[in-house]
Design a protein around this ligand. Structure first.
Ligand code: GLN
Length: 488
């Protein structure tokens, strides 16, 4: 592991340990916050994980928490824990730009539900993290705030689109962060930065206050240095929210208490299609991960779900189609940027031309085309039918298997600039993450050793809808059995 100059080697303590210390008065929330802000001040010039650091409000918030502890109250399970929020999560009175020029200066009048829940649990928001513009990308290079660099090797990308959140955790700026995952944007950067990242079952985490990209795919997900912290964070942000019509009416999850229960008696399928295009060193790590699960008492077998090969092409019709509709609201009238012109239509065109970057424009054009009269059924309709086939394909695998295993991404972190001019090769970074979004299923990426370049490899565990508990048990066994150091 090559350490970036000025970045600290990793999180000093887990979120759970920090909260235990703050709740019991062993450490103050203010001291923890200062440590996080100092790490950001020292290292973020190079990493650029943050679009905005909210130092003043973080300090005020930490003081409030310390006052509550002094008064004998319990600030909650994340008491004093610093957290980074992806910049597509609405924060009341605090700029929320999706790292796009078109939302320059926009401050939401309300907090996202997940932000409210973090506050209620005692967390301290230290900033808004960098991301690909409108969460479209796999490298965090399309941000209006400039690229984020991978703290493990600053010549490499951190993955994306939640690259700022993953880098913040990997650099030790914050022990936990929130991202959003539409096609892999929590799991892929987690894998490339060597941290844990999870996409929940669609409908288990509220999308209220998450700026919409592709509404049938978007889910907010936790990033953390450990599986246990990811479970804790999911327990806090998950559960029904009446303000999101796609929110499942189920009680909040309770995973933190089950993560250590092991995989004895489970059947786990190694997903053959996910190994097809993988770098040999990455594939080698997944084979090793399968051995760890077998040694822990799971039955491990090879499984084929051929339908997942269709995921990428279906996703790049469905996601842009939904995005083209969702992004119609940025018209120069209601939010952020306005470029004045002769009349309203000209203003609208001038604003959108100046405000959106090239990748966002490409998605809007793709999506508008897929939805246009005469092409709707051939493109969008066909993609929806493929989506159903993927769901059916997974269902067959889950008749035999409790969970599936594969790589999170086909390669380790690539060089900055390597794929920026080649959208198709960039899109291929998500070939192993997209099918879970299309199916609405949960999936988690766990660091599992390094590739031949010494950079982190992520092992991905997939599970059927609402089987997060199973998935976290598998993830915890992989975490405990992960190889330490050494190239594959
Ligand atoms: N990289 C994929 C895309 O560009 C996924 C993005 C995401 O999950 N937000 O669409």
């Amino acid at each position: 592991m090559t350490e970036a100059p000025g970045t600290s080697p990793g999180p000093a303590a887990s979120a759970a340990a920090i909260a235990a210390d703050v709740r019991s008065g062993r450490r103050s929330a203010s001291a923890v916050t200062e440590q996080s802000l100092a790490a950001i001040a020292a290292g973020d010039g190079e990493v650029n994980a943050f679009a905005l650091v909210t130092a003043d409000s973080a300090r005020r918030r930490a003081e409030e928490i310390d006052a509550r502890v002094a008064a004998g109250a319990d600030p909650g399970p994340l008491a004093g824990v610093p957290v980074a929020l992806k910049d597509n999560l609405c924060t009341r009175g605090v700029p929320t730009t999706c790292c796009s020029r078109i939302l320059d200066g926009w401050c939401p009048p309300y907090d996202a539900t997940v932000v409210e829940r973090l506050a209620a649990a005692g967390a301290v928001v230290v900033g808004k993290s960098n991301m690909d513009e409108f969460a479209m990308g796999s490298s965090t290079e399309t941000s209006a705030f400039g690229p984020t660099r991978n703290p493990r090797d600053t010549s490499r990308v951190p993955g994306g689109s939640s690259g700022g959140s993953a880098a913040a955790v990997a650099a030790g700026f914050t022990p936990i962060a929130l991202g959003s995952d539409t096609g892999g944007s929590v799991r892929q950067p987690a894998a490339l930065c060597g941290v844990v990242g999870m996409k929940p079952t669609y409908g288990t985490v509220s999308r209220y206050g998450l700026v919409a990209f592709a509404s049938s795919l978007d889910q907010v997900g936790p990033l953390a240095a450990t599986v246990a912290d990811a479970a804790l964070l999911f327990d806090i942000i998950g559960g029904h929210d009446e303000r999101d019509t796609t929110s499942l009416d189920r009680p909040a999850p309770r995973l933190a208490s089950v993560v250590d229960q092991g995989v004895d008696g489970m059947t786990i399928g190694v997903l053959a299609e996910y190994l097809e295009g993988a770098d040999p060193a990455v594939a080698g790590r997944i084979a090793q991960a399968a051995e760890v699960l077998a040694a822990a008492g799971a039955r491990v077998e090879e499984v084929s779900v051929p339908e997942v090969r269709l995921g990428l092409s279906a996703y790049y019709l469905i996601a842009p189609a939904e995005a083209s509709s969702n992004l119609a609201r940025y018209d120069g009238v209601r939010y952020g940027l306005r470029v004045d012109a002769e009349d309203t239509v000209e203003m609208n065109v001038a604003t959108r031309s100046a405000g959106f970057g090239a990748e966002v424009k490409r998605r809007i054009m793709l999506g508008t085309y897929a939805l246009s009269a005469g092409y709707l059924d051939a493109y969008y309709g066909q993609a929806l039918r493929v989506r159903t086939r993927i769901i059916d394909g997974f269902a067959v695998a889950y008749e035999r298997c409790d969970a599936l295993l594969g790589p999170t991404a086909p390669t380790t972190a690539f060089e900055l600039g390597a794929k920026l001019d080649d959208p198709l090769s960039m899109y291929l970074s998500d070939v192993c993450t997209i099918p879970s979004n299309l199916a609405g299923h949960p999936a988690i990426s766990v660091p599992f050793g390094t590739g031949s370049d010494g950079l982190p490899v992520g092992a991905q565990v997939l599970a059927p809808a609402l089987a997060e508990a199973t998935m976290f048990k598998v993830a915890a066994v992989l975490e405990a059995g992960a190889p330490v150091g050494g190239a594959a």
